[in-house]
Ligand binder design. Structure first.
Ligand code: M6P
Ligand code: ZN
Length: 194
């Protein structure tokens, strides 16, 4: 990220609880269905969306609070409501490259689940409502799923040096997926693992 943000002085940004934006921010990333293509299990639904009009699934605003000897970062993610096939919109999900790096996620707005899973297969799902704050221990992959009708907004705090590892998620995904059935979310074992 932008090295010009290095500062050894206290730094604040102003967060807007209504829309999840904050100012100033250093980087905005947008992730469309095409960027997440391997993450969804219904590949035909993915292709249909990409062939028609690719759709924004979530965006992330970042601020790296880099000092001369620390690398704390802030990320605010907004997952827009929607589904790919029957599977709800979600983040890619990732492991941290460093095995000693946890993260804190704070659900500000919206409804859904935080999925966490270790390489050994310990799977945990936490129901998320506004105000839920979860500590994600090191070595748990983490993904947020928006099962509501409104944007799900969450604040993340992590070290930049933690790193992101996406390969295991691309290859196998989480052990459970969340799909809509009879108008509400249900968990199913991931068809990609069968
Ligand atoms: C949070 C943080 C970021 C992450 C983002 C989106 O803001 O955990 O590090 O990049 O969510 O998650 P993902 O990279 O899994 O799509
Ligand atoms: Zn993380």
């Amino acid at each position: 990220m932008d090295p010009t943000t290095i500062s050894d002085l206290p730094t604040s940004v102003q967060f807007n609880f209504e829309n999840g934006e904050f100012l100033p921010f250093v980087k905005l990333e947008q992730r469309f269905v095409s960027n997440l293509a391997p993450m969804f299990f219904d590949q035909q639904a993915v292709r249909e969306i990409i062939d028609q009009t690719d759709r924004l699934v979530y965006d992330i605003r970042y601020y790296p609070f880099i000092t001369s000897n620390s690398d704390m970062a802030l990320g605010v993610t907004r997952i827009y409501p929607g589904k790919v096939g029957d599977e709800y919109h979600m983040t890619k999900g990732h492991f941290h490259e460093r095995e000693d790096q946890p993260e804190i996620y704070f659900c500000v707005q919206g409804n859904g689940f935080l999925l966490m899973e270790t390489m050994e297969g310990d799977f945990q799902a936490v129901l998320w409502t506004p105000g839920t704050i979860t500590h994600i221990p090191p070595q748990y992959a983490h993904r947020v799923v928006n099962t509501g009708d409104h944007p799900l907004i969450f604040v993340a705090s992590f070290h930049l040096s933690a790193g992101h590892v996406y390969e295991p998620i691309i290859e196998r995904g989480f052990s459970q997926v969340i799909v809509q059935q009879n108008g509400g979310p249900i968990f199913q074992s991931n068809p990609r693992r069968n």
